[in-house]
Design a protein around this ligand. Structure first.
Ligand SMILES: [Zn+2]
Ligand SMILES: [Zn+2]
Length: 246
């Protein structure tokens, strides 16, 4: 079965599962009133991110260092992207949503993430591009969770998304046990743009579920900018803030 057909089949199955099961909290599984909504206890545990933050990568600061202040990493090497907006910190509840979206077939949770990401959408965005999976990963999982989130965002903010524009043409290893330099090396050159003309003058928002070290997002942003995008802002559901990677 071609990958697209497999993806379609799982998508239909996911919608069927969502339709026949009672709506459940993406965090704890408790039955809730509406699909994709958190229960009060889990909602209270979500840590929403905002200013004050690093002017380069939007890393939240504990203390307000004033406009234009940079974190140590951005001061050492300014990022090429225009910031990393994350709805929430990657704590237990945020992580459970990701795992159920990725491995539990709960496609409706892409809409949950998108609703809370939409407030961070740059006002001048013209195109949403999800971080792509390699085709083998897409084949085994049946769908790309970042593309589901991008599609849900398109419905909310009326900015088009294109899941075919950026390709991961080389399978990349798991990054979680690698240091920063090894992560950069592992994803370098792994992404390419299929139709650079579509990026002409585009203010791209790169969509993903989790932002960990930034290696993947930086490699995607570099590919998009090199292909002609005017700017790339990263927008994710959850950002790893402590020194724990997953
Ligand atoms: Zn809950
Ligand atoms: Zn920074």
């Amino acid at each position: 079965m071609p990958a697209r057909a497999a993806s379609h089949k799982r998508g239909v199955l996911g919608r069927l599962i969502d339709a026949v099961l009672p709506p459940r909290c993406p965090g704890c599984g408790a039955v809730v009133l509406a699909q994709g909504r958190f229960c009060a206890a889990c909602w209270g545990q979500l840590r929403f991110l905002g200013e004050p933050w690093c002017a380069g990568c939007n890393l939240p600061f504990v203390l307000d260092a004033g406009p234009g202040a940079l974190c140590a990493a951005c001061a050492a090497a300014p990022p090429r992207h225009a910031g990393v907006r994350a709805a929430v910190a990657y704590d237990a509840v945020a992580r459970t949503l990701v795992l159920r979206l990725k491995h539990g077939g709960r496609a409706a949770y892409a809409g949950t993430a998108a609703r809370l990401m939409a407030r961070l959408m740059p006002a001048d965005a013209t195109l949403l591009v999800p971080v792509p999976l390699h085709r083998w990963r897409l084949w085994s999982r049946g769908y790309n969770q970042a593309a589901l989130i991008a599609t849900a965002l398109t419905r909310l903010v009326a900015v088009p998304s294109d899941a075919l524009l950026l390709q991961r043409h080389r399978a990349t290893p798991m990054l979680r046990d690698r240091g920063p330099a090894a992560r950069r090396e592992a994803v370098a050159g792994a992404f390419r743009v299929r139709r650079p003309a579509a990026l002409h003058d585009a203010r791209v928002v790169l969509i993903d579920d989790v932002y960990t070290s930034g290696a993947t997002a930086n490699a995607c942003a570099a590919a998009l900018l090199d292909a002609g995008a005017r700017s790339v802002t990263v927008l994710v559901w959850a950002r790893v803030l402590a020194d724990h990677a997953d």
